[in-house]
Design a protein around this ligand. Structure first.
Ligand SMILES: Nc1ncnc2c1ncn2[C@@H]1O[C@H](COP(=O)(O)OP(=O)(O)OP(=O)(O)O)[C@@H](O)[C@H]1O
Ligand SMILES: *[C@@H]1O[C@H](CO)[C@@H](O)[C@H](O)[C@H]1NC(C)=O
Ligand SMILES: *[C@@H]1O[C@H](CO)[C@@H](O)[C@H](O)[C@H]1NC(C)=O
Ligand SMILES: *[C@@H]1O[C@H](CO)[C@@H](O)[C@H](O)[C@H]1NC(C)=O
Ligand SMILES: *[C@@H]1O[C@H](CO)[C@@H](O)[C@H](O)[C@H]1NC(C)=O
Ligand SMILES: *[C@@H]1O[C@H](CO)[C@@H](O)[C@H](O)[C@H]1NC(C)=O
Ligand SMILES: [Mg+2]
Length: 590
């Protein structure tokens, strides 16, 4: 009997315990604790700090970074600065409505600042600086009437400063520097006491604080050079740090944005494939008269395309592989719904792009005009993008192949800058826009598109996104693309190719730099050769130095010091691609 009971009791006890644990978890942890558990759930990585937050505790008061009121056990302090936390901030933060200090600075948080923070009306200090927060500053922050410190500097925030902030009467420290804020700084309130160094490094802000007059029409568009003096004063140091930190972030923020974008695309629209676009009033325009297909042929091939045929997606849309019956293959870039009335302009520009043909450029063959989208037809390049080759199959690219790719890209870009009419600024030079054919010969793609889609606001963001590490400092400051901004991007590309690392590789971000910042640091220590990919060891140092010196000129922070693309091609041909005299001696003496 006794034995019977005990054997039965065993499992029962376990079940009971399990049940109790579950109940415990659901009911015993305080609501603040639950909010923090949810907060942790949305964080995707950290240095391990949050592992010690145990949901089975009765309250979160002993958790690292958390401080509670000793009587009420409500969380009053949350200090998680500098713990490599990455992810969005959960809206559950709004449930910590006794919170007095929230310090998340110097992490990798991205996404929006949750408007639910406006619920935490006891907040006296809000430290969110040095993260990758994007989107606009929530108006609800203006509800935090006890706020004394608001530091949201060095993020990727955009939009204008909400006027609700003028009601933060107790504010004594305020910093929105190094973001992408624009528009007038709200006046006649508490913000009037802050000086220019609370607003540094925002391209579009205006107001008396920063001696940048606002246009009377109240437009948030302005980056007028009225205050160029103050801009100049700061530009040196600021630009470098801005381009490094802010740059890096945007990338992260954008990847998130991009994820959403892709999700949206694949998740919904594209399920039906291109049939939606192509059926009903679509027509084909071909530029070079050398392709033996009728409009009908092409439309017939486009119609069945769906997500199975997707070969990539970027800032402008999705790219499909289009195979014709005769074995020819094309890449079809789908750009969704442009502004009404934009079509005519767009078509004229496409006509120009279609007329450009060059060995080192990806041909635009034609396009399909449909009521819902534009489908651009490009030559298909079987080697894919340099980005993939470099970062996913680096072992395929030896030093000579890399030099050859640099050479091809330089020639393609030089053609756009100097030899075609009208001259074209690419605006989006980066490794994903250098495509490779089956022999690893480079071709420049997507030239002219950035300008074409500039009016489409959403596209602007994405351009900036993918391109971030490649942008010249003056471009980030002014938003104006020139040949010199392309050359800077080309210099970054060269560094990427020879280092094998993305311009905003995590190892640079950790040092608060990007690839150019890292290079500049190495130069001060006379160690610039260390930037080379270890896979490229054994390269002759004269060649290496020549490539480095060229790249260094291209990424000069002073546009005037950058060479022209013609000069770049010349230098590559004369100093880098030709065998050195020593090679001749060696081979002849042997
Ligand atoms: N003509 C092509 N031939 C082969 N693959 C292509 C071609 N065009 C694009 N792709 C593939 O599709 C991917 C996405 O290209 P897409 O141009 O849309 O985005 P991106 O280059 O990353 O960014 P952006 O929109 O700024 O150009 C590329 O990385 C490449 O792998
Ligand atoms: C948070 O912690 C860091 C490091 O311990 C400290 O420097 C910082 O002042 C703290 N923040 C607040 C608001 O107390
Ligand atoms: C805001 O605070 C109240 C309590 O003051 C709480 O009940 C509510 O859930 C909070 N709202 C959000 C969105 O967190
Ligand atoms: C908080 O801010 C929002 C938007 O600014 C406002 O509509 C709301 O009334 C405010 N709530 C409180 C409690 O002040
Ligand atoms: C500002 O702070 C003072 C004292 O620090 C306090 O008396 C006052 O109520 C605060 N004002 C607001 C709007 O919270
Ligand atoms: C604001 O932050 C920036 C960047 O960190 C810094 O350079 C500036 O001095 C800060 N301004 C104030 C008023 O603290
Ligand atoms: Mg591209």
């Amino acid at each position: 009997m006794g034995i019977f009971f005990t054997t039965f009791q065993g499992p029962l006890l376990v079940y009971c315990l399990l049940l109790c644990c579950l109940v415990n978890e659901l009911h015993c942890l305080t609501s603040d604790g639950e909010a923090l558990v949810n907060f942790r759930t949305s964080i995707i990585s950290s240095d391990g700090l949050l592992r010690q937050w145990r949901p089975e505790d009765p309250d979160p008061c002993g958790w690292k970074g958390v401080t509670c009121d000793s009587k009420t056990k409500r969380v009053v302090y949350l200090n998680l600065s500098n713990h490599k936390l990455s992810g969005p901030v959960s809206p559950d933060i709004g449930k910590l409505d006794r919170l007095r200090f929230l310090d998340l600075h110097y992490n990798n948080f991205y996404g929006a600042i949750p408007p639910e923070l406006g619920n935490c009306t006891e907040l006296q200090g809000l430290f969110l600086q040095n993260n990758y927060f994007s989107g606009s500053i929530p108006t609800e922050i203006g509800n935090l009437s006890k706020l004394q410190t608001l530091d949201i500097s060095s993020n990727s925030l955009s939009g204008s400063i909400p006027t609700s902030l003028v009601y933060l009467n107790n504010l004594s420290i305020f910093n929105v520097s190094n973001n992408f804020l624009a528009g007038p700084i709200p006046s006649d309130g508490v913000l009037d006491q802050f000086e220019a160094n609370s607003f540094l490094g925002n391209r579009g802000l205006c107001g008396t604080h920063i001696s940048q007059s606002c246009k009377n029409d109240g437009g948030a568009t302005g980056s007028h050079p009225t205050g160029s003096q103050s801009v100049k004063k700061n530009s040196g140091r600021l630009l470098i740090s801005a381009s490094a930190t802010v740059g890096a972030l945007l990338l992260v923020a954008l990847m998130c944005f991009w994820g959403c974008f892709l999700y949206k695309k694949f998740g919904k629209n594209d399920v039906k494939g291109l049939a939606v676009d192509v059926s009903g009033g679509a027509s084909i325009v071909m530029f070079h008269g050398d392709l033996p297909y009728s409009s009908k042929d092409i439309l017939k091939k486009m119609e069945p395309l769906n997500e199975e045929h997707v070969i990539g997606a970027g800032g402008f849309g999705t790219v499909y592989k289009l195979a014709m019956d005769d074995g020819n293959v094309f890449a079809l870039k789908r750009i969704v719904k442009l502004n009404e009335g934009f079509d005519r302009f767009f078509e004229r520009e496409l006509e120009i792009l279609g007329s450009i043909k060059h060995r080192y450029l990806v041909n635009l063959r034609g396009y399909c005009n449909s009521p819902t989208s534009k489908l651009l037809i490009y030559d298909y390049l079987s080697g894919g993008s340099l980005d993939e080759a470099l970062h996913e199959k680096a072992e395929l690219l030896d030093w000579d192949a890399r030099l050859n790719i640099i050479m091809g890209a330089a020639k393609g870009l030089a053609y756009l800058h100097h030899d075609c009419s009208p001259r074209i600024i690419h605006r989006d030079i980066k490794s994903s826009n250098i495509l490779l054919d089956g022999n690893f010969e480079a071709r420049v793609s997507d030239f002219g598109l950035a300008k074409l889609l500039e009016d489409e606001e959403s596209h602007i963001t994405t351009i900036v996104a993918g391109t971030f590490g490649y942008l010249a400092p003056e471009y980030m400051q002014s938003g104006r693309a020139t040949e010199k901004t392309d050359i800077y991007s080309f210099g970054v590309l060269v560094l990427e190719v020879i280092s094998g690392k993305r311009p905003t590789d995590a190892s640079y971000i950790e040092k608060g730099l990007n690839i150019v910042g890292w290079l500049n640091y190495l130069i001060t220590e006379d160690r610039q050769r260390e930037i080379i990919d270890v896979n490229c060891a054994g390269v002759e140092s004269a060649t290496l130095d020549a490539v480095l010196s060229l790249a260094i000129q291209c990424v000069s922070s002073t546009p005037e010091e950058r060479p022209t693309m013609h000069r770049v091609v010349q230098t590559l041909e004369s100093e880098i691609m030709t065998p050195c005299p020593s090679d001749f001696y060696d081979s002849s003496s042997d």
